[in-house]
Design a protein around this ligand. Structure first.
Ligand SMILES: *Cc1c(COP(=O)(O)O)cnc(C)c1O
Length: 354
């Protein structure tokens, strides 16, 4: 049996070290998990109620088109038509995968780096070349550098905005200028997984841009601000042609019943989601202030995480698991997810050891 050689560099996903040792040292309920940018709160009560109501219907296939979910997404994104402009997927990972399935091969996908490792995995899986364009020394994406990296073979550019793991972002103006300069046969994918946590008014989600420009699409998730990572639901907004093609390649029923009802209910209750995001933003400022006071170098973040220049050990000693920076392209750093106030107190308490 022979396999495609381009798959060789793909190592199986290495989860954040949920170190057996750390568990042994601190006891499994003695430490807090701030490794994966999840929300520390459970789903909204409205989402739980919708789920409970759906359980008896689990013998039936879900709505193939996820119609109610598309309606809820369109209602939250004025101008978007539920069937013509809304993409859905089993997490935003599936939306990203489906989008990259659309482009011609051979071809290349470009993204700033360090960024979300899934972009590399999807690109390689689909047989695309992947090109990494370094972030600036302030850890931000650089539109001019991305533009100069574009070649005749470039099919797509992905920008994580805000960027995981640095928390830096481009304003909507910067995104718009970049989109205008990009050849219109290159797909611009804006991964806005953290858009709810941006506090800078100069930033805005790009959904209007995606309705104006055929080659621009934004991708979002229920895994972060909505607190539904375990159910796997994501969405996107795109022009009609992109949306049509994504639906051609999407697996039937890729968004399961539980995900559909919980995500729709959560989206319909988004004033509560916004309130939670505001809490995270306030807590992020408190954690950053503590890093500053401890003399630690960190990247000011607009996500629900902060990249800080110190190894994970000081946190682990205090029973806090964070994502070590090495596999994220930041050796010697840690990415700390913002948790609830008690969890953030533990993070801040750990700094006594610095
Ligand atoms: C967490 C995250 C996602 C979410 O992926 P899902 O498949 O929706 O859970 C997407 N993009 C980035 C950059 C992320 O950090």
């Amino acid at each position: 049996m022979r396999f495609r050689t381009e798959l060789d560099p793909l190592a199986p996903y290495k989860p954040p070290r949920m170190s057996q040792e750390a568990a042994a040292e601190h006891g499994t309920d003695g430490y807090v998990k701030l490794t994966s940018n999840e929300l520390s709160f459970g789903p909204l009560p409205e989402a739980e109620a919708a789920l409970a109501e759906a359980i008896p219907r689990a013998n039936r296939y879900p709505d193939r088109h996820a119609g109610a979910l598309r309606e809820a997404v369109a209602a939250a994104n004025p101008g978007a038509d539920p069937m013509r402009n809304v993409l859905v997927g089993n997490g935003s990972s599936e939306v990203l995968f489906n989008l990259l399935q659309l482009v011609e091969k051979p071809g290349e996908v470009i993204f700033p780096w360090p960024s979300f490792s899934l972009y590399v995995a999807i690109g390689i899986t689909l047989g695309l070349q992947t090109t990494k364009v370094p972030l600036t020394d302030r850890h931000a994406a650089k539109p001019e550098a991305l533009l100069s990296a574009v070649t005749d073979g470039t099919r797509a550019v992905i920008i994580s905005n805000p960027n995981n793991p640095t928390g830096t972002y481009l304003t909507l103006d910067e995104v718009g200028t970049f989109a205008d300069a990009l050849p219109d046969n290159v797909l611009l994918i804006l991964d806005e997984a953290y858009q709810e946590f941006v506090s800078d008014p100069a930033y805005a989600g790009s959904h209007v841009l995606t309705l104006e420009m055929e080659n621009v699409v934004c991708v979002r998730t229920f895994s972060k601000a909505h607190g539904l990572a375990g159910f796997r639901a994501g969405y996107g907004i795109a022009g009609q042609r992109v949306a049509d093609y994504v639906e051609r390649v999407r697996f039937p029923f890729s968004v399961n019943l539980a995900a559909q009802v919980a995500a729709s209910a959560s989206m319909r209750t988004r004033d509560k989601i916004e309130a939670r995001a505001e809490f995270v933003i306030r807590e992020r400022e408190r954690v950053q202030e503590a890093f500053r006071a401890a003399g630690l170098n960190y990247v000011p973040s607009q996500g629900n995480f902060v990249l800080v220049q110190t190894g994970p050990e000081i946190f682990e000693q205090a029973g806090v698991l964070v994502r070590e920076g090495d596999p994220l392209g930041y050796p010697g750093w840690s990415r700390v997810t913002i948790g609830d106030s008690g969890e953030n107190d533990r993070v801040i308490g750990a700094l006594g050891g610095v």
